[in-house]
Design a binder for this molecule. Structure first.
Ligand SMILES: Nc1ncnc2c1ncn2[C@@H]1O[C@H](COP(=O)(O)OP(=O)(O)OP(=O)(O)O)[C@@H](O)[C@H]1O
Length: 335
């Protein structure tokens, strides 16, 4: 297990930053290319990611997530504002800023002829980790690749490669780990394994920032979620607060007969009739009660054979906050 020494039960030195990542007025304008004009990818982002957090960054395609991560990783120059990692500004103190993060990129880029052990050793060398301080075997063990330590990378499955990328990002024991869409294309079982490891790292003190299109996972995994759209912050709240913000549920009914139109008794509600015997009624639980809907239907003479409800999830909130500009991945729920 990878523990950040100052956060694993040992009293923290007083000078540890309260925020692992802090952005103030972060702006990025890409210069015009060809016929395309300048692109305002980040429009003054303010964001504070508390030390120890497991933080989710969500946004539709082109929202500016990769730009933000690439600025933190030192791969893209910002146009304005400040970006601090572990208290170190990325352009004023790039060496310390880069030493403070590990980045797992979207793309799986690895030499197929290297073994996992060689890859981690090489990466540790690039970060100047002295041989005696390297944790190659510990890291391989932590990501479940101890038995593949000396196999060629080309013989690893996609999920194994992804886990190797996480180990590679951790060779210098950074206090902040950034995962850019780490589960894209990874099957459900391997995704679970990866998330388990990310949770373990987080419990041991590593602050984790991840971007994902799998909104249910962000809901399940992250304590705080920020949503960006068109380079602007749309929301940044504890996951539970964000979930409470949407006051929307659906009552799904199976009826005892076919209908051709929504019943007049439900004129005050948004009603769908996906099949002649199935009614979906959307309502706001804070203002309306399910029994009022059911009673109105029964009073109109309709028989109800079965009832279920659908809760709102992050997808709904996301669609609401970004005005439906979602990129189209992930799940869709009806509520
Ligand atoms: N090198 C570049 N030159 C010009 N425009 C760019 C460049 N990189 C990104 N952009 C533009 O900046 C905007 C933000 O892109 P970015 O890749 O940060 O979004 P994203 O949220 O990561 O999207 P995705 O989920 O698709 O990865 C987009 O409109 C994109 O086309």
């Amino acid at each position: 297990m990878v523990a950040h020494p100052s956060l694993s039960g040992v009293p923290a030195p007083v000078d540890l930053p309260a925020n692992a990542v802090e952005l103030r007025g972060l702006t990025k304008i890409y210069q015009p290319t060809g016929k395309a004009g300048p692109k305002h990818a980040l429009k003054g982002i303010d964001l504070a990611i508390p030390r120890g957090s497991l933080f989710g960054l969500l946004g539709p395609n082109g929202a500016g997530k990769s730009t933000m991560i690439n600025i933190l990783a030192g791969l893209v120059n910002k146009t304005g504002g400040t970006a601090r990692i572990w208290g170190h500004e990325v352009e004023d103190d790039p060496r310390r800023a880069r030493a403070s993060i590990g980045v797992v990129p979207q793309e799986l880029n690895m030499d197929p002829f290297f073994t996992p052990r060689e890859m981690l050793e090489l990466q540790a060398g690039l970060y100047g980790v002295p041989t005696r301080e390297r944790r190659t075997d510990e890291l391989l063990d932590a990501v479940g690749l101890a038995d593949k330590a000396d196999a060629h990378a080309r013989s690893l499955s996609g999920g194994m490669k992804r886990r190797l990328m996480v180990a590679k990002a951790m060779v210098h024991t950074p206090p902040v780990l950034i995962l850019d869409e780490p589960t894209a294309g990874v099957d459900v079982e391997l995704r679970r394994q990866l998330w388990d490891y990310v949770r373990t790292l987080n419990r041991a003190g590593t602050t984790v920032l991840l971007t994902t299109h799998y909104l249910q996972e962000a809901e399940e995994l992250c304590d705080t979620i920020a949503i960006i759209n068109h380079g602007e912050m749309v929301a940044c709240e504890p996951t539970s607060t964000l979930l409470r913000r949407i006051d929307n549920k659906a009552l799904c009914l199976t009826l005892d007969r076919d209908l051709t139109a929504a019943p007049a008794a439900l004129s005050g509600f948004t009603v769908e009739l996906p099949t002649p015997r199935r009614l979906v009624i959307r309502y706001q639980p804070s203002r309306q009660r399910a029994d009022a809907i059911l009673n109105a239907l029964v009073a109109s003479g309709l028989g109800i054979v079965d009832v279920s409800t659908e809760e709102s999830n992050l997808e709904d909130i996301f669609l609401q906050l970004t005005g439906g500009a979602h990129g189209g991945h992930g799940t869709t729920h009806a509520a």
